[in-house]
Design a binder for this molecule. Structure first.
Ligand code: NAD
Ligand code: TYD
Length: 357
């Protein structure tokens, strides 16, 4: 089998690094990881690939069209997987500009660089090329308790600067397929959790706070609902879409696992009680603290993933219990990693957002 080369943007972040590790382990692709290394990018995630013959790292900004163009010309990838983004809703509320810069302008420049590269390919290469854009269910807006789950045809109704910037990028990707014929694919996925997630997102924040006996800050009444998917299941969905998806199509990816935030935090606390029986902070649920709600907080997300199940034979393998156990176990084993991301930028965010260190 001919080994493909993939340009992976944002491959040092949470989902991107899980994807790169899985791809290198399978050995079916050469990976060029292109990442700006913002506060969310961490090369430690990829330490195990040092010296790997099918892996290259390039530090750069997707908004730097010339640099992206030179990387495309040098490595001649058969496809691009775009994970690079500003990804945290709360940060987008505190400072939306970086989200417009990377998610909108960055995606536009990346698409422009890809367009020039793609036009120079042979007809056969153009047909085989794939641009896979990794997006979110948040572009569809918020659901009420009895609304049906989001499908690929649900109208976009983004509510946060983050989801609005992702919606804009999705529209650009769609337009580049429709107008120029570039074989683009978009995946819209629900909330991910798993190893190597930056601890500003709900699940790793709660795990690390609970381990240290710090308050577990739940926004509002904790009844907001998210659909949770273990990160490796998401990576496998992306691989299938890349290999077997039809150009121009959208695939919704989800865990069929709707939970209130309060349920998620209770599950984390109960598992920690079991996995850390000597902890002085048992029962960890005693650390739960209700705090001021997020402005414009979307009430519920739910994904109908029947299209990818039906067309590509994908379905999530982990249950919430098995995935959460693996996740907690990973954070328990990775004291060095946790220490390494607790840089000035992380501390500054925690202080400014929660008023604590
Ligand atoms: P992340 O914040 O952990 O990682 C983002 C990565 O992109 C980082 O390595 C960062 O350094 C890099 N990056 C940021 N700006 C860049 C730029 N201008 N140029 C190059 N690299 C840049 O994010 P994540 O959670 O891994 O999410 C990856 C993608 O998946 C995002 O597009 C996000 O919208 C989408 N997504 C995430 C979730 C989730 O639950 N985390 C769910 C659905 C979709
Ligand atoms: P988050 O991980 O930020 O993902 P998203 O907002 O993209 O869904 O948050 C998940 C849910 O958890 C969301 O409803 C907000 C809530 N939340 C809290 O209650 N407390 C927190 O400290 C954080 C970070 C999130």
């Amino acid at each position: 089998m001919n080994k493909k080369t993939l340009l992976v943007t944002g491959g040092a972040g949470f989902i991107g690094s899980n994807f790169v590790l899985a791809a290198c382990k399978r050995g079916h692709a050469r990976i060029v990881n292109f990442d700006l290394l913002t506060y969310a990018g961490n090369l430690k995630n990829l330490d195990s690939l040092s010296g790997h013959s099918d892996y290259v790292f390039v530090q750069g900004d997707i908004a730097d069209r010339d640099l992206v163009g030179s990387v495309l010309a040098r490595y001649k990838p058969d496809g691009v997987v775009n994970f690079a983004a500003e990804s945290h809703v709360d940060r987008s509320i505190a400072g939306p500009e970086a989200f417009i810069r990377t998610n909108v302008v960055g995606t536009f420049n990346l698409l422009e660089a890809v367009r020039s590269y793609w036009l120079d390919l042979t007809t056969a290469e153009r047909g085989a090329f794939r641009f896979l854009h990794v997006s979110t269910d948040e572009v569809y807006g918020s659901l009420g308790p009895d609304d049906p789950a989001f499908t690929e045809t649900t109208p976009y109704a983004p509510n946060s600067p983050y989801s609005a910037s992702k919606a804009a990028s999705d529209h650009l990707v769609r337009a580049y397929h429709h107008t120029y014929g570039i074989p683009c694919l978009t995946t819209n996925c629900s909330n991910n959790y798993g190893p190597m997630q930056f601890p500003e997102k709900l699940i790793p924040l709660m795990i690390l706070n609970a381990l240290e006996g710090k308050p577990l800050p739940i926004y509002g009444d904790g009844r907001n609902v998210r659909d949770w998917l273990y990160v490796e299941d998401h990576c496998e969905a992306i691989r299938r879409v890349l290999e077997h998806g039809r150009g121009g199509e959208i695939y919704n990816v989800g865990g069929r696992c709707e939970k209130t935030n309060l349920e998620v935090v209770h599950s984390i606390c109960n598992l920690l009680d079991e996995m850390r029986p000597q902890s002085p902070f048992k029962p960890h649920t005693s650390l739960i603290t209700f705090v001021k709600d997020r402005p414009g907080h979307d009430w519920r997300y739910a994904i109908d993933c029947s299209k990818i199940e039906r067309e590509l034979g994908w379905s999530p393998r982990e249950t919430f219990d098995s995935g959460l156990r693996k996740t907690i176990d990973w954070y328990l084993q990775q004291a060095d990693w946790v220490q390494s991301i607790r840089t000035g930028a992380y501390r500054a965010w925690i202080r400014s957002h929660y008023g604590a260190s």
